[in-house]
Design a protein around this ligand. Sequence first.
Ligand code: ADP
Ligand code: MG
Length: 678
Amino acid sequence: MQLTDHVELLRGVGPQRAAQLKKLGILTLEDLLSHYPRGYLDLSDPQPIVKAPFFQTCAIRARVEHKYNGIRLASGRTLFKVLAADDTGGIELRFFNAKFTVEQLKVGEEYLFYGKAEGTLTSAVMTAPLVYPVGRYPAFQPIYSLTSGLSNKALSNLIQQALGLGVVPEERIPPQIRERYCLEGIETAIHAIHRPSCLEQAKEARRRFQFEELFTLAVGIGLLHSRTHHKQSVPLFPHSLEPFYKALPFQLTQGQLNAIQELTLDMQKPEPANRLVQGDVGSGKTMVAAAGAYFAFLSQAQTAFMAPTELLATQHYQGLSKLLGGLGMRVALLTGSTPAAQKRAIRQGLAEGSIDLCIGTHALLSQGVEFQNLALVITDEQHRFGVAQRAALQAKGRCPHALVMSATPIPRTLALMIYGELDISVIHELPPNRHPVLTYKISSGKRERAFGFIKKHLDEGFQAYIVCPLVEEGEEPSPMRAASQYAQELSARHFAGYRVGLLHGKMKASLKEETMSKFQSGEIQLLISTTVVEVGVDVPNAVIILIENAERFGLSQLHQLRGRVGRGQAQSYCLLLSDTRNPDTLERLQMMCSTNDGFAIAEYDLKTRGPGNFLGQEQHGLPKFRIADLTTDVALLTQAQEAAGQLLAQDPTLEFPEHSALRRACEKMMETVGQRPN
Ligand code: ADP
Ligand code: MG
């Protein structure tokens, strides 16, 4: 048997089973073996029944004493009760609809039951326990993700069958790297992960596979980068940016000027620029983008500027079309809701070169959008876009220069993982005359007072935001209802007489835009919103942001939200409303109150919550990991990147025959994000 063999070659796999496996993405034996367990049941240490802790899962070893007949319940389900006991006491086992399982149990025989015990001091109950015949199970039972019709036992048996046939995946980590990072070889690891004899063994195996995945990704991104590195880009000529600087209503900060200079120097080189601008919220990154677009325009070349939401694209368009239009540039806006006729006109303008700058959303990526001479691709709030989307936009030109602007500072390790090798410009300072936003954590008992505080500022002519988090995904009431109900309540009761608007992600684009422009013009005084205002929105007259259930947000997200205020000259406030008692959460919120430094917050967030949470639920364009879900610790991520760098330094295109298995794995992984290295 071979790795590439179809699972149907295994004993017991017919078309139906194969279809179930396919749902889990398992087609070949290799797929089957890389379906790693989610965790393990510890059956090694059964508890005496009297000691079984309530409300925690545990294993007990007990004799079946009596089986009752099934009872048909009003719900239509059938309940089977079984009495079992050990030397210390008895327990009632309850099974629902599990006729077969109960029939298999023999009175007088011992079994291992695994489940959650409940009950009172005198009587214990375990509902729907897993059942194992004594002595015929591994001490650590792997738990797999499943699909309907496929039990853990069945899947586990198939994997054991494949392992028994001696099928082992290819080794992808070169020996010297395994040695340096103390990683097990593939053969040991694949057995240990599916059939560990102790938890320590399972842990080591997991570490090896997590490393493998991160390493493969890091090498894949490295290969992708070296591909563009050798290409020729659109040559741009030195020109003075003086007219641009003169057209601005303010003086740029030193950080902005440096970033602009670094970018425009890059853009005069033959190979494409690949630059990330890191700057705190409100540091004026958009101006760096504008300068880049103007610089391209001076060489008669075009710029595409992609933002993650229509709201943001529209806002950029409104600001930049005025500024750059005054300098002779022709600027267009292309989003999903641009009317068809207008879309056609824009596409034509881009193809014949009569549009110099096109700002837009994902719509920029769609087929039929062609540029005459695309020199610069800008992506704003980049971590929401995937590697693939960025590359798709770049593919629209002959290797254009790339400028990426991060929403909040991203620690370097993570930036490398998401963007690959990039040059980084950092804007350290905020524009002058900004007062740091004052941040307070308050409990819901102070809500009324907070509303009063907001009203006072509205009366003075300022504006404010109230943000409520999305209700958990899939939870009722839907996020839409939650936000809109809350808005209604607020506008009817607390803010009667004020002009209140509502904004949430599920609203139609045109309505969102209308609401936002009403807020921008001051027609709406108080904007109640879900996190759609999170990124980029710029209304300098807004001075208070109140965040409900602040404990639900990540720090970087809170910081990003806070960045909606403090954009003008007036003192601004951020009120974090939370009744949490969790000490870790309180510490996080305290961190928000004590600093406005986004770089410090990002480091702290990454350290305390791990990269997966740091990036939030948003799509970050990374492949779906099998095992390395990015909540793995940062140390492993760093090691994998280090190792990838060392390997690529020796063999930049993975030509050595001993790297061919790794190369194939990289290709496969990058294909899942729509990329093909080289
Ligand atoms: P971010 O870095 O968060 O994207 P923006 O580019 O949206 O920040 O800029 C925030 C605000 O600061 C905008 O209103 C912008 O016009 C203004 N701004 C940018 N640069 C300066 C500057 N040098 N001086 C004063 N205001 C500036
Ligand atoms: Mg911005």
